[in-house]
Design a protein around this ligand. Sequence first.
Ligand code: IVH
Length: 738
Amino acid sequence: MTEVPERGVPEDFAGEYQSLVAQVEEHRRRYFELDAPTVSDGEYDSLERRLRAMERDHPELAGQSSPTLTVGGVRSEMFEPVEHLERMYSLDNVFDQDELRAWARRVEGVLGNFPPMLCEPKVDGLAVDVVYREGRLVSLATRGDGRTGEDVTYNAQFILSIPTRLEASDLAGPPPGLLEVRGEVFFPVGTFNEINANVMEQGRTPFANPRNAAAGTLRQRIDRRLTDVAAARHRRDEAQAAGRTVDRIEGRLARLEADTERASTQLGGLQLVVHGIGARTGFDPQAQSESYAALASWGLPTSRHIRVHATFDDVVAYIEHFNKHRHDVEHDVEHEIDGVVIKVDSIADQGRLGATSRAPRWAIAYKYPAEVVTTTLEDIRVNVGRTGRVTPFGVMSAVRVAGSTVQMATLHNASEVERKGVLIGDRVFLRKAGDVIPEIIGPVVEARDGSERAFVMPTTCPECATPLAPAKEGDADIRCPNTRTCPAQLRERLFHLAGRGAFDIEGLGYKAAVALLECGLVTDEGDLFDLDGDALATCPFFTRSTSQGPQLSANAGLLLEQLASARERPLWRVLVALSIRHIGPTAAQALARDLHTIEELVRAGHETLAAVEGVGPIIADSLIEWFAVDWHRAIVDRWRAAGVRMADETPESAGSAVLAGVTVVVTGTLVAMTREEAQEAIASAGGKTAGSISKKTDYLVAGAHAGSKLAKAESLGVPVLDEAKFAQLLAGGPSALT
Ligand code: IVH
């Protein structure tokens, strides 16, 4: 028998790779931990480039421990919460000159005069926070709620316009020890159009606007794709070595490789423009404009349209210029502009003006009006949602408005259609409300030729033919009352139940939900956890044909596997999955925290439920109404019978609550348990776990490869425990730590 090589990589190549990894790791340690590099930055960069090139050609090499999976020496975990070092504020808006003047007067009132104002375009993109230490990029995060965002550092290495290293400059000297910058990532208009052309070619839905495209692209799991490619190559090599045919695997591999290539190229096309600074050490600019000059000199991209104006009239002229030229490529406008941001230039004056809870008083966004276009309303159709609400929507000839192509717009309900006075076949005015959601304003009455016809709201459900009715007397919305078996509602509920905020079942996407319903495998969601291989084998979506006849496909395997793990989800996810009105993750978590089991929840009266923090009387009513319905309770019973966990372990049931009132963060890889197991152990000892380090954290448990959290804990003086100390903590609480 010939021996199957474990990896399809020639031995000498693997040897060179191992040696490169060791060198890169050693240089990083010298640079970051010892502050004593032995090679120049240039030499280090070329080693790292060689390593990346090898991994690109042989992704199976990279594994989980490659130093390329970290940026600037810090391992980052995709989508983990990251607390920004300084709060990211939003902006207040003004929409005309009078409002702008009123803002300028308030500024003058505080400062005593009209100060120099820095003007720059407002970029229609996605806000990000970037942190550099000693000139090296260590973190890229989305804005999130302004205090905590999502970690996307891994993707930074693909985004060409985000420097991973800042260069010293004549103007500003070496980059500062710590520098947090804020900016906008966006697609240039041309790139956006190319991406959408590509997307449409593949038969997928185009992005509504450059902002959505940027958000979707930035949040891609390139790391996962690379692992998938590596796994597929490994399977191909194994099959080849065993003398099996590899055509199908090759086909899948080629598709995976092409998708990965496309995804990383798309990510590479994102642009950054920096528009502010946050935390910093050793960098003390006197003016916003001076800070931009320094940032640009270190290699960070700033807008080339920045101007400082001394008078109100000059500011107005700047605003008008960009209003007129906002779509002109000839004027070098590379991105969508939705307004102009005006900032008091002096940083001391910014400090004197301060901020409200939401936005600084020293800056304002002047928003351009949504553009209005006309198009033809080809049809009005209706859509049935998860709660049975029947919503009419307009289908129009595709048209470009405020920077994106629009073809559909909601009309909310029948009285809205009447109020707007639109007929099918009309020319209609269309705009983007708040520059985002397309809105039909009304008909161009003069353009009518008599062929237009009125929309008639259906009286029966378009999907299940049940007569429609308002939920309550006098409601404008009408609903399909067949909540249990209406295919549209069931489909939406199944899709919701599988979502990331509920059971998180990746194998149950929209198509799988449709297939389960069409094959009659699911008549309501109570059936879901009874699905097995035999049942799925009767549905073509879950099978593939082989020479031995039809067999279960990978889709089926994935679904069954994930249904098994979904049975172990915490109670709050089960509650969200039930599609009870008003119960989202926040309310569900509060309920689970206070009541622990579904039985408790059903037993609890209105008063108890409404008293749960963040719940209140409306949600309490909604819960009670939901549980009063027989078939709803039957869903819960069937899930329970199929092994779905309906209770969170309470401190009491798990023994002593030695960690009551203690907050622990777990990071890195532990030997004895997975991170999830560690979190559960903390919860069952009565403690709380958190996703990020703050002053309120009592302990950080750090396993191998702990990254930025370890650094943050150390800087905040949060005690750090290794695995042995963690075991002591779990067993006997804080007093047991030796
Ligand atoms: S300054 C403290 N400048 O617009 C000042 N923001 O609607 C905060 N934005 O959250 C931001 N272009 O993400 C600033 N030139 C610009 C901007 C800009 C776009 C975004 C930013 C902010 C949002 C508020």
